[in-house]
Design a protein around this ligand. Structure first.
Ligand code: GCV
Length: 694
């Protein structure tokens, strides 16, 4: 029995007809075949959306009769490649009120239809549109860390809807997921966890290929390519070989035969994502080979099938000794990959996490962006809120992603931001059409969905899924614009309600940052679960994630005289990060070990900043709850109650963070909060210098 689920922003709630009525009654289709699966789905979606929102059933007609039939125009969909790349579309209206949607191929048409549906839902008159949208990123992917037993690594919204009891699931939810993903421009989905173990190793065998082929067909109907994560040691675990050495002929033949089987069953498979030599996963380093040797072996063999290898750069030593002050996990990505820049074959794409550590609420941008100049690259972000509140705490991540995208790397005289690099504008083929012909650049998000009724556990976390897709397609969109769209489509067009939801989303990342770890130091989370505070939880562990606090100060010295990590950046970033006085305040403790008495650019001492921001963070959560409660009458009761329950847990979490972090630093430093608020010292609650044992 399939569980019921919501349609999120594709709910198509009834709305006023407005001026759009005449346009949506008749559609003419020119140069596209309605039998093509993507066109068929676009047409199906259009009818479903318009039917749901306006109670009208759009009809197909000929272009010549469009105006006559439609009285005041209609929708004219036509094929036109001029100025449009893969996925691009153009919409404009003529004086007679006919709205023209142009696309060079089917996915552009589909995205254009979703754009029009958004406009109808937001009551924007279609006849006023004049836009041309080509995607900034050619690959726009979600990565699902779903395991075949149905669990999800770092999943916070129930269980997998791709797998159950070691089998692949294909059902109505598969199609609805594809609709949701395509509606925001996602065109690639990796369905299984990058940690490929147990049954997942067998995904590339006959056992599962039939079901995967069905899934790939459904996805293809929405312009999405299916991808799989691969176990690098499959030649040993499946093939019984005694090595997975990328330079072994035997290993090469084994993979060649495996790929022949896989691609003959799923010709539409986009390729494979590989986590190698990372956190215990096997990889080429085991055999003294480079990451390029490992990636190229697979890439050459999937090349005849038009597929690619997405190779992750999350390679670091996870058995570090905390006593070792020279080894720096932040350096690892760059150190492990920079030497092989230019050695990767043309269908390898390196997938790089946004920061050098691991999806913390604040990190600098990975120096691999701007460091690698001759290698295809993708940006990996995480909308599964592993370290950012686990879909209990509200944390709208689009502002963070925008910061990353707009970061200037200084790797070139122009077009040197991360957005430029990952779109291929900086180092890819100069001609946009050529680049689009072989998509090798883009963005991926570790996804936050599961089989819960509302897909993302916290209803407000769906804004991250929506926002990631929209931003990956169009990196010039602002986080606020995206939030507005999402809130209108999901909840209401009423400006008061919509703006209140938008304000909650927009403030949430800063709030989360305030009550968790200070000024870019990161971590301080409960080991393993990664939810809630444990200031020293990772301090003496093997994971390389230290804050180095003592009685005088806190932070990691990554300067020239410290671990030297700053040198991985181009100038002037390297010097800016290197100098204490020039280092951006929000990253101070990432780059420097700073005394508690140090006066920050804000004019506060470090210790006072820690106290203030933590008290502020909790107050902000209290205010968020008030805002949410003021919306009770305006919102449907189920999501309202679900979110309210999560806000209550967030407040508890925020208080715990505040009190543990503040008390920890009070105990280390012996410096009292100058505002005399409750901080917990050795003997109990301490207010200023007076000790009052509770
Ligand atoms: C899938 C972090 C997470 C792991 C994850 C890993 C990765 O370490 O905690 O759950 O593994 O990142 O990105 O590979």
């Amino acid at each position: 029995m399939e569980k019921k689920w919501t349609q999120l922003w594709l709910a198509y709630r009834p709305c006023r007809e407005s001026e759009n009525g005449p346009v949506v009654r008749y559609t003419a289709l020119e140069g596209f075949d309605l039998a093509h699966p993507v066109v068929k789905n676009a047409w199906r979606e259009w009818r479903r959306g318009i039917g749901g929102m306006l109670g009208i059933t759009p009809k197909l007609t000929e272009r010549e009769t469009l105006q006559k039939e439609g009285a005041r125009g209609g929708l004219w969909i036509r094929r036109n490649e001029d100025g449009l790349i893969l996925g691009g579309y153009r919409i404009h209206a003529d004086a007679a009120g006919t709205v023209c949607l142009e696309a060079g191929e089917e996915t552009g048409l589909l995205y254009g239809v979703f754009y029009l549906l958004r406009c109808v839902a937001m009551q924007r008159p279609l006849t006023e549109l004049s836009i041309c949208c080509n995607p900034d990123n050619l690959l726009r992917m979600t990565n699902h860390w779903d395991n075949m037993d149905g669990s999800i690594e770092r999943g916070y919204s129930g269980r997998s809807f791709f797998f159950e009891k070691n089998r692949v699931i294909v059902n109505g939810r598969t199609r609805d997921f594809a609709r949701l993903a395509a509606s925001v421009g996602i065109n690639g989905v990796v369905i299984n966890n990058v940690n490929v173990k147990d049954e997942a190793t067998w995904l590339i065998t006959q056992k599962h290929l039939g079901a995967l082929a069905k899934m790939a067909e459904i996805f293809a109907g929405y312009g999405i390519r299916l991808f799989l994560s691969l176990n690098y040691a499959a030649p040993m675990e499946l093939g019984g070989l005694d090595s997975a050495d990328p330079l072994s002929e035997e290993v090469r033949s084994w993979w060649a035969e495996r790929f022949r089987i896989v691609f003959s069953a799923i010709p539409k498979l986009g390729g494979f994502l590989v986590k190698a030599d990372s956190e215990g996963r096997p990889g080429p380093f085991t055999y003294g080979r480079t990451q390029a040797d490992g990636a190229n072996l697979l890439a050459d063999l999937v090349q005849p099938y038009g597929a690619v290898i997405l190779w992750r750069c999350f390679v670091y030593n996870c058995t570090q000794d905390w006593r070792d002050y020279k080894t720096d996990r932040a350096r690892a990505g760059y150190d492990n990959f920079i030497g092989t820049d230019g050695a990767y074959h043309e269908n390898v794409i390196l997938q790089i996490k946004n920061g050098p550590m691991d999806f913390q609420i604040r990190e600098p941008v990975s120096p691999l962006f701007g460091g690698l100049r001759r290698t295809n690259q993708m940006l990996e972000v995480q909308i599964a809120q592993e370290y950012t509140g686990q879909q209990i705490d509200l944390c709208y991540l689009i502002p963070l992603f925008q910061e990353v995208l707009s970061f200037q790397t200084y790797c070139a005289k122009q077009q040197d931001t991360v957005a430029d690099i990952v779109s291929g504008r900086t180092f890819g083929e100069k001609d946009e059409k050529e680049r689009a012909a072989r998509p090798r650049w883009g963005m991926a998000a570790v996804c936050n969905t599961g089989n819960e009724e509302n897909w993302t556990g916290n209803d407000l976390a769906a804004a991250n899924f929506y926002g990631f897709g929209r931003l990956a397609f169009d990196t010039s969109l602002s986080a606020e614009e995206i939030a507005k769209e999402w809130a209108s489509l999901t909840f209401s067009n009423d400006p008061g309600t919509r703006d209140a939801v938008v304000a909650l989303l927009m403030g949430s990342r800063d709030t989360y940052e305030k009550y968790t770890s200070p000024l870019g130091i990161g971590w301080m989370v409960t080991p393993s679960t990664h939810y809630g505070p444990s200031v020293d939880g990772y301090e003496y562990s093997r994971w390389g994630t230290y804050h180095r606090a003592d009685h005088l100060g806190v932070g990691v010295d990554r300067t020239d005289v410290g671990t030297g990590f700053v040198r991985q950046y181009h100038e002037p970033n390297a010097s800016r990060y290197n100098r204490l006085e020039q280092c951006p305040q929000e990253l101070l403790l990432f780059f420097h070990h700073v005394p508690y008495s140090y006066v920050l650019p804000s004019g506060k001492t470090l210790i006072q900043h820690i106290y203030d921001s933590h008290f502020e963070g909790v107050r902000e959560v209290e205010r968020m709850i008030e805002v949410w409660e003021s919306l009770r009458e305006k919102l449907p009761s189920k999501p309202y109650e679900r979110v309210r329950e999560r806000f209550a847990r967030q407040l508890e979490n925020a208080r715990e963070w505040r009190d543990q972090v503040n008390s920890y630093f009070y105990r280390k430093s012996g410096i009292a909060d100058e505002k005399g608020r409750p901080v917990y010292g050795a003997l109990g609650k301490e207010t200023g210098n007076e000790i009052s044992v509770q």
